[in-house]
Ligand binder design. Structure first.
Ligand code: SF4
Length: 226
């Protein structure tokens, strides 16, 4: 169970929550290696993130490598026929939408930003097809700037722990930004995604393998007496 001090002091509640989150992240760091993204080129990270929407990592990896095997940089992608981009990224699903977004965003970056991906949230969100999660992924994985990309795992798992009680990824991001110490933001998505893929799975969480049972509301409320 998440421990919150009975003190009425907001400060002490916040400190207590920060300690809990530090402990959780330490356990996740013990379980998983932070993935080193070989390619931190901001344009490639942006394209990869667009391709990653609603598909698995393996499909994203295949589509990304096929695209950049043929078209090496933003100039070549912007010049490429969209039908050809569609074929190359087909494995990522929703390939027509994703191909046209990639083409559109490439042209816009060349026209308005000299082909350079902006490193701030405001300008990233102005790009076509770039929402909050994609923008945050670019900030974290390309620029190493603190942000919390909230995907399905990062929404589900903090709710299971009971450190947030939210109904949408957007609200989860807002709440996490209030309670997670900023030095943990960059690694948070990567570690929670690995935890969600391997242990705290969406339908059948592997609680018997989990080192966080004593910190987890879901476990304490549903499974601790079984
Ligand atoms: S105890 Fe179960 S539900 Fe809780 S974090 Fe671990 S795997 Fe997820």
């Amino acid at each position: 169970m998440i421990y919150i001090s009975k003190s009425n002091s907001k400060k002490s509640k916040k400190e207590s929550m920060s300690l809990t989150i530090e402990k959780i992240m330490k356990e996740l760091n013990n379980l998983f290696t932070l993935r080193v993204f070989e390619d931190r080129d901001p344009y490639r990270v942006l394209v990869r993130t667009i391709l990653s929407q609603r598909t698995k990592d393996a499909n994203t990896d295949k589509a990304t490598s096929q695209l950049f095997a043929k078209y090496k940089d933003i100039h070549e992608v912007a010049d490429a026929p969209v039908e050809d981009i569609e074929k190359l990224v087909k494995s990522a699903g929703f390939f027509r939408v994703k191909a046209s977004r990639i083409k559109e965003v490439s042209l816009l970056l060349l026209d308005h930003y000299g082909g350079v991906v902006p490193d701030n949230l405001k300008e990233l969100l102005e790009l076509p097809g770039v929402g909050q999660k994609t923008a945050n992924c670019v900030l974290v994985f390309a620029f190493q700037k603190p942000a919390i990309p909230v995907d399905t795992h990062v929404h589900r798992i903090p709710n299971r722990w009971g450190i947030v009680h939210t109904t949408t990824p957007e609200k989860t991001e807002i709440e996490l930004m209030k309670i997670v110490p900023k030095h943990l933001w960059i690694e948070m998505n990567d570690l929670i995604v690995q935890f969600g893929q391997n242990i705290c799975k969406p339908v059948h969480p592997q609680c018997e393998q989990c080192p966080l049972t004593d910190l987890c509301d879901y476990y304490c409320e549903n499974l601790s007496l079984i």
